[in-house]
Ligand binder design. Structure first.
Ligand code: NAI
Length: 663
């Protein structure tokens, strides 16, 4: 009697007429596959079944693949991470899963992973435990180890297996950067063994892989020689230096611990396997990792603001081809939409088309993709496309009357159901909407400059704006791969409102004698992506000054910003502001300051921002504290490893309270 198949919910298991077992991942009720508890337990059942069926000669091999169009397996289910609060709990779960992966590796029949779509983190570690890996070359197939972004590194022996298969240089690089690999790159490295053109070819290739008993051989000897000392030590040193260019060890320890692991045990796979868990567990239990996982959850929360009703905008029309309008149009096109762009000045349109080509070359692969993007960006000086557009965005001069007049014209021409939006940064939505026949239709879509780099868009609703318009606008924002933050119409919305007091307080300290470099170094020590004075130079001293005065944070006449503006020192754009700028970079001073002093100053500098976050929350600018945190992290780059401004403040307070109680 054949071995009975296990009962499954998150997998589908079947045997075909040739004796190949097909285990298809298909998590019940989920859009994507991730390694939740039941999923992993069921994999255990499949492995057990395969062991028995193989011994009885009932099957020739096993293929792991996904039944979901969204992809293979995205790694651990981050929602279940709360199960792993302490180091012993983490070690326990890791040990169980490691045992499972080892049993897969030791199965007596060939095991092939057939990969389409995302194969990330624990998903890739599972694939690495198989005997042979095939991926398709489709555009959305990507492999990678994003763990460092969550404050950990691969903990299911992915460190050892990837080094064995791809060699230490490529494997460490992939793990340290967390970058997503295209299948051809992963094949060139040795992480996968075979690439096929499309997902239609996967089954056939996997079948052949099983029947021909294919098995990866591992990286060639010349890739592995660097594992010997003293070369390994030198490599580790180089890796540390390269990592230090990107992140500080006190903020992001995970890549540094991975390098330690490699340096100490790189040439001894057995010891590296056990040491991996020993180093992994404390990282996973740390506040840093908890906070970074929180950031991930917050990003998912923002994506969920968009309705899941399949609304898919195709054509966006943008009026105003200046700094913002031009970049918004180009970005929409990068994301696959068609964009028509309108401006009074034909020369502006030409400028944007050239600028956009540069972005397409950076963001897209291959001549066909770039040519098709160029064709999707349409110069439309007469606004012929307005009536066809699914989304219309205004990004013209910041002048109420001019905007009001334009919106009346747009409203008359637009199709019903299309989103109508303004990119205004300081005008009241209600005022702009006043002359419209349907003023409840207008939403704000507040993009940040530079559009291509900043992930957040504030979706602004006025007093009476219809909820479905706001949701549609949020769906548009997710369609262009940004995070929508729904905010109430108010001066500065959320991001500029909380940034301004922080920047103005830094200016005040500077005016009172704190050195420029000390201020900016202190902000970096706290974990901000750049110092507040450098940020002002980048935004433009004139713009920062205007916003400061509008939001009531800057003193009206005689302040350092006004003085700089009067002297024509507008920051990066004029070549000088707080810094002298050369080749697009600020010339920083040489002095370095005492670490403890910088730490203290950094925390003080951030205080006005935290206070303003509290006020914004109390004013109901966004729905809750998590949304404040999400907006400020993605809108300002607020130290992600601290989990967001309010989360940081609350944890400081509870830490202080705990200390007090202990005294
Ligand atoms: P900009 O001055 O670079 O561009 C404005 C463009 O609109 C110009 O090309 C102008 O010829 C065109 N224009 C003016 N009136 C027009 C009309 N009636 N019809 C068609 N085109 C017209 O301005 P920028 O910086 O791009 O700002 C645009 C809007 O975006 C403003 O509302 C601003 O407050 C907002 N914003 C700006 C940010 C920035 O960092 N520059 C950031 C976020 C929002």
């Amino acid at each position: 009697m054949p071995t009975p198949l296990p009962t499954l919910h998150d997998w589908r298991l079947s045997i075909d007429y040739e004796g190949i077992a097909w285990a298809l991942m298909d998590r019940e009720g989920e859009r994507v596959n991730s390694m939740g508890r039941r999923f992993t337990e069921e994999l255990g059942g499949i492995v057990k079944w395969t062991e028995t069926a193989a011994i009885h000669g009932e099957i020739k091999g096993l293929v792991l693949m996904s039944a979901k169009p969204t992809g293979f397996l995205v790694g651990a289910d981050i929602r279940e991470f709360s199960r792993f609060a302490t180091e012993p709990q983490i070690k326990e779960v890791v040990k169980e899963t490691l045992g499972l992966l080892n049993r897969i590796e030791k199965l007596p029949v060939p095991v092939v992973a057939a990969i389409h779509g995302f194969c990330l983190g624990g998903g890739l570690e599972l694939a690495l435990a198989c005997h042979y890996r095939i991926a398709d070359r489709e555009e959305d197939t990507r492999l990678g180890f994003p763990e460092v972004k969550l404050g950990i590194f691969p903990g299911l022996n992915g460190t050892v297996r990837s080094i064995h298969l791809a060699g230490p240089m490529d494997a460490m690089n992939a793990m340290l950067t967390g970058r997503m690999l295209r299948p051809t790159a992963a094949k060139a490295m040795g992480l996968i063994d075979q690439v096929v053109p499309t997902h239609h070819n996967l089954r056939w290739a996997a079948r052949k892989g099983v029947l021909q008993k294919r098995r990866s051989k591992g990286a060639p000897w010349w890739k592995q020689v660097v594992l010997k000392q003293p070369v390994r030590g030198l490599l580790a040193k180089q890796m540390r230096a390269k990592t230090a260019e990107k992140v500080r060890e006190d903020h992001y320890p995970a890549p540094y611990r991975l390098i330690d692991l490699f340096e100490q045990y790189g040439d001894d796979p057995a010891r590296m396997r056990t040491a991996e868990t020993e180093i992994f567990a404390p990282l996973m239990a740390s506040d840093t990792s908890r906070n970074l996982r929180r950031v991930f959850t917050l990003s998912e929360m923002l994506k969920d603001e968009a309705p899941k009703n399949g609304y898919k905008p195709k054509l966006v029309h943008i009026v105003g081809a200046g700094t913002m309008g031009g970049d918004i149009a180009a970005w929409c096109v990068v994301c696959g939409l068609q964009a028509s762009l309108q401006d009074l000045e034909e020369a502006q349109l030409k400028k944007v088309l050239t600028r956009a080509k540069g972005l397409f070359k950076k963001q897209l692969r291959g001549k066909t993709a770039i040519d098709s993007a160029v064709a999707r960006l349409i110069a439309d000086p007469q606004g012929k496309y307005i009536k066809h557009a699914d989304v219309v965005i205004e990004a013209i001069v910041e002048n109420l009357e001019v905007k009001q007049k334009l919106f009346q014209d747009l409203e008359a021409q637009m199709k019903s159901g299309a989103v109508l939006a303004t990119n205004t940064s300081s005008l009241k939505l209600e005022d702009i909407a006043k002359p419209l026949k349907d003023p409840w239709r207008l939403v704000g879509l507040h993009f940040f400059n530079p559009v291509a780099q900043l992930p957040l868009v504030e979706v602004v609703h006025g007093e009476g704006t219809r909820e479905d318009e706001v949701r549609k606008a949020a769906a548009f924002v997710t369609a262009i791969k940004k995070f929508p933050l729904i905010v109430k119409s108010c001066p500065g919305f959320l991001v500029n409102r909380v940034l301004t007091p922080y920047m103005m307080d830094a200016v005040r300290r500077y005016a009172e004698g704190t050195p420029r470099d000390k201020i900016d170094q202190a902000a970096l020590t706290f974990g901000m992506p750049m110092g507040p004075l450098e940020l002002i130079d980048l935004v433009g001293v004139d713009i920062a000054n205007k916003v400061g005065q509008q939001l009531g944070s800057g003193s009206p006449q005689d302040n350092p910003l006004s003085r700089l503006v009067q002297a024509g020192k507008l920051g990066k754009k004029s070549g000088e502001g707080f810094y002298v700028w050369e080749n697009g970079k600020p010339k920083r001073g040489e002095t370095t300051y005492d670490a403890a002093e910088l730490d203290r100053l950094g925390r003080e500098l951030i205080k006005p921002m935290l206070d303003e976050c509290e006020r914004a929350l109390a004013d109901g600018i966004v729905v809750d504290a998590d949304h404040v945190d999400a907006g400020v992290i993605f809108g300002t780059g607020f130290a992600p490893f601290r989990g967001g401004p309010l989360h940081y403040r609350r944890s400081q307070e509870s830490g202080a309270a705990a200390k007090q109680a202990a005294v």
